[in-house]
Design a protein around this ligand. Structure first.
Ligand SMILES: Cc1cc2nc3c(=O)[nH]c(=O)nc-3n(C[C@H](O)[C@H](O)[C@H](O)COP(=O)(O)OP(=O)(O)OC[C@H]3O[C@@H](n4cnc5c(N)ncnc54)[C@H](O)[C@@H]3O)c2cc1C
Length: 419
């Protein structure tokens, strides 16, 4: 069996794996990155790049390219009740410049730019259309992996193997890391349509009883729409016509009707839509002797917190530092790599919990919870300190979840002075 050698092997060419490859290759490490897709491409959905992600992309020389590519610069996210009443506006311009905005885009645009950077790095070897099979061990130490490259099994050897292979990570299984994969009950029917002329810059979320409709501009001309459909009702929704779903969306309120009647005319079949399920992964550990997990493989989280891709890139920076230290010491043990997990775990655990809580609160169909949710949103709109705390957390700048006092303040604002 042919053997290939490098300093680092990365399974998974998503944003996490690619950022890690770029950062370490630029420091002179020989990196091999492999992915079962050719080329690796993300799901076709609109995503938010938060200020923490923008910082990283600026550092690796990608942010200016993204801005030139015409992705949507978002200053505000507006939340409404399903019937149209305004609940809250989250205002990114309150953050400290220069990262006082978010970008909204189809992640394939970011992926394309990352792939171009990867190509330009002489220290990176890419293996696309290559599926991970198993890790290779020497005693307790991972020393490489085997993969199917164009129908042939190839062995790769390196002191560190990284599993950046997403939420159903096979590398995680091969590392024998215990984990829980939790599937959320709700997913989203998604579509990309023409952006209606009257749709201003701000993102809109409409929240009702077990109802979420979101509209994210992803460029000057296109807008990404998503509509909550519980997974156990997906078949029933499919059995009805696509026109039935469109009518359901358009009947939410007069504004939605006026804005989206025309763009939705372009959607005439289910083939023009996708269904996005949501998952949470909790891994007992992110590191083994000679190996580490990052991004969704380690800790997929509910997308309401809009931090999955941003967190994967943050992991990449922290892991790059730990790997560099390992090479300096010549030690690749679980403990030596563990500094990475220590650096990231607290923030990631908090974000996962917030995402989980948001899913419970935002998606609920239970009247008292819906009542509480709307109160919390209204409070965030008028209480600057709570708004800023939440925003800094979701922006990934300072992870500081609302504590008990904050929650009381949000639920019973009359009892406190509005700031
Ligand atoms: C509906 C929805 C909306 C979201 N919105 C946002 C958002 O607004 N902001 C945000 O930051 N995040 C968002 N996320 C989350 C985000 O998409 C993920 O967290 C992110 O893509 C994780 O990146 P990753 O690099 O860890 O893995 P991935 O992007 O999943 O990449 C994994 C790669 O590994 C490859 N692979 C898998 N198995 C193998 C194998 N056996 N062999 C070889 N290669 C393999 C895959 O082909 C893939 O290219 C959203 C998620 C969902 C579901």
């Amino acid at each position: 069996m042919p053997v290939k050698k490098s300093d680092l092997l990365i399974v998974g060419g998503g944003a996490g794996g690619m950022v890690l490859a770029l950062v370490l290759a630029r420091k002179g490490f020989r990196v091999s990155i492999l992915d079962r897709q050719d080329p690796p491409m993300p799901a076709p959905r609109g995503e938010i790049l938060q200020p923490n992600g923008l910082k990283i992309l600026n550092r690796i020389g990608i942010l200016s390219g993204l801005l030139r590519a015409g992705v949507h610069r978002c200053d505000r996210v507006r939340f409404y009740q399903g019937a149209g009443e305004h609940l809250c506006t989250i205002d990114y311009t309150r953050l400290l410049p220069p990262y006082n905005y978010a970008l909204i885009l189809l992640p394939e645009i970011l992926q394309q730019l990352l792939l171009e950077k990867l190509k330009a790095e002489p220290h990176i070897e890419t293996y696309w259309d290559t599926s991970f099979r198993d890790v290779i061990r020497e005693g307790q130490q991972v020393i490489g992996l085997s993969a199917d490259v164009c129908g042939q099994t190839v062995s790769f050897h390196a002191p560190v193997v990284v599993g950046a292979d997403g939420l159903r990570s096979r590398v995680r299984d091969a590392f024998q890391i215990k984990h829980q994969l939790y599937a959320y009950a709700d997913g989203y029917v998604t579509m990309v349509v023409d952006r209606p002329p009257g749709f201003q810059r701000d993102v809109r979320y409409y929240l009702g009883k077990e109802m979420i409709f979101g509209a994210f501009p992803v460029s000057k001309n296109r807008i990404y729409l998503f509509y909550l459909v519980p997974t156990d009702r997906l078949q029933r929704t499919h059995d009805k016509s696509i026109d039935h779903l469109k009518r359901e969306i358009l009947s939410l309120n007069s504004e939605v009707n006026a804005l989206f009647t025309e763009p939705l005319e372009a959607i005439s079949s289910w083939e023009q839509c996708s269904y996005m399920r949501c998952f949470r992964v909790i891994s007992n550990s992110w590191v083994v002797n000679g190996g580490a997990l990052l991004g969704d493989a380690a800790h997929a989280m509910n997308p309401h917190v809009a931090q999955g891709r941003n967190s994967a890139m943050e992991d990449a920076l922290a892991l790059a530092k730990a790997i560099e230290d390992c090479f300096k010491q010549g030690i690749f043990s679980k403990e030596a790599l563990g500094g990475y997990e220590t650096a990231r775990r607290r923030d990631v655990d908090s974000l996962q919990k917030i995402g989980h809580e948001m899913a419970w609160l935002w998606n609920s169909g239970f009247s008292p919870v819906v009542w509480a949710r709307d109160r919390v949103f209204r409070s965030l709109h008028v209480q600057g300190r709570l708004h800023d705390k939440m925003l800094n957390t979701v922006a990934g700048l300072e992870i500081s979840p609302l504590n008990l006092a904050d929650r009381c303040r949000a639920l019973f604002p009359e009892q406190f002075d509005a700031v």
